[in-house]
Ligand binder design. Structure first.
Ligand code: ADP
Length: 350
């Protein structure tokens, strides 16, 4: 019996995307089918290269072919991705598929560290990633990536002069820190901040990006509100430590994304400095800043906790020395990025 394309699609229609709860054929994820005798080939286009379900889906495809067509066929599957663009105003940064804001109610909880860690993890998964440091009061992205002295060059794009982002091992970075002298931004007033940030949005040559992560200024004042209202965000991530005071401020940040006229989906909460495990006592965890607050927030706003990061002295050292890209615990960020992209895919599919 010869195998047809229809047989393959029929078999693969039994494979569901575990996040989207629909089969991968209906979702248009199966493409480029080839059949040569007993050799079957096809591509599965995931919604993101950082999909943590990649292996599960590939195995399910193999099982479906074996079960419904032939268990002696040679199956070659190309697991690839076509990042789905968020539903947003396309006139602003049309070549950026998803803009994700990372916010916090309080400074110093690790918002920039998480922004940088997520950007790095998504880049390592194969996504095209940019990171915009909008934390005008304390731009730390240039330090995290060791590019404090970068000089901004200009590109001509369609007759418009645009600032070229700084390349950090393939991640495109832009920060107000590249344009101002240290300490200068601290005295900026709200309207100046807003107009500078607007220039950021329209004046940087981001090019094609799957994800642009925006490290927001901490807090929930006018500046933050203007920013989240004007950016075509796919969603937001809120970072908090377990400390009671930080959680109370994070609650205000969640509320800001929920208010009418903003309505940005909160994709997940990240609890940073969640616990400490001494290197010489790997089975011990110390909850130095308390516990339970972020879970409470999660229940209150009906948003998932997408990660908990330990207090890790090496992360602090790598951040300070501009080595965040080479932090040895990148797997923590890969896990969080995996849950984030799942939430983005679910939100975009709604
Ligand atoms: P924010 O952007 O919220 O102000 P940062 O990301 O700049 O916070 O982090 C504040 C400080 O805490 C930095 O020195 C950073 O290196 C450190 N830090 C953040 N997260 C961790 C962590 N999980 N373990 C150890 N140090 C951390």
């Amino acid at each position: 019996m010869s195998i047809s394309e229809k047989d393959i699609l029929q078999a693969l229609s039994h494979v569901d995307d575990p996040d989207l709860h629909k089969d991968i054929v209906t979702l248009g994820m199966v493409r480029d089918i080839t059949i040569d005798g007993n050799n079957i080939g096809f591509s599965v286009y995931l919604t993101t290269p950082a999909c943590p379900m990649k292996e599960v889906i590939e195995n399910a495809c193999r099982n479906a072919i074996a079960h419904f067509i032939s268990d002696t066929a040679t199956v070659k599957i190309n697991m690839t991705a076509d990042v789905v663009a968020g539903k947003r105003k396309t006139e602003v940064m049309p070549s950026v598929k998803n803009i994700i804001a990372v916010g916090s109610g309080k400074g110093g909880v690790g918002k920039s560290t998480v922004s940088a860690g997520l950007a790095n993890a998504l880049h390592q998964a194969g996504a095209k990633v940019g990171l915009m440091d909008a934390d005008i009061y304390g731009p730390s992205v240039p330090i995290l990536f060791g590019v404090e002295n970068a000089i901004i060059e200009m590109d001509m794009v369609d007759g418009k002069e645009l600032m070229r982002p700084v390349d950090a091992g393939g991640i495109k970075l832009f920060s107000i820190g590249f344009l101002s002298k240290p300490d200068e931004a601290v005295v900026w007033r709200g309207p100046m901040v807003s107009s500078a940030l607007k220039q950021f949005m329209n004046g940087v040559n981001w090019g094609e990006l799957d994800y642009l992560i925006i490290d927001l200024p901490p807090g929930t004042g006018d500046v933050q509100l203007t920013l989240v209202q004007n950016l075509p965000l796919s969603g937001a991530v809120i970072v908090s430590t377990p400390q009671h005071m930080a959680v109370a401020d994070a609650r205000r940040a969640c509320a800001m994304f929920n208010i009418q006229g903003v309505n940005v989906p909160i994709l997940g909460l990240v609890e940073n400095m969640s616990y400490f495990t001494p290197e010489d006592q790997p089975d011990k965890t110390y909850k130095i800043f308390g516990e339970g607050g972020v879970e409470k927030l999660s229940a209150e706003f009906n948003v998932p906790v997408i990660g908990k990061l330990p207090i890790e002295p090496a992360l602090m050292q790598d951040s300070d020395s501009g080595n965040i890209r080479h932090n040895k615990n990148v797997k923590n960020f890969i896990e969080i990025a995996g849950r984030l992209v799942q939430q983005i895919a679910i939100s975009n599919a709604k």
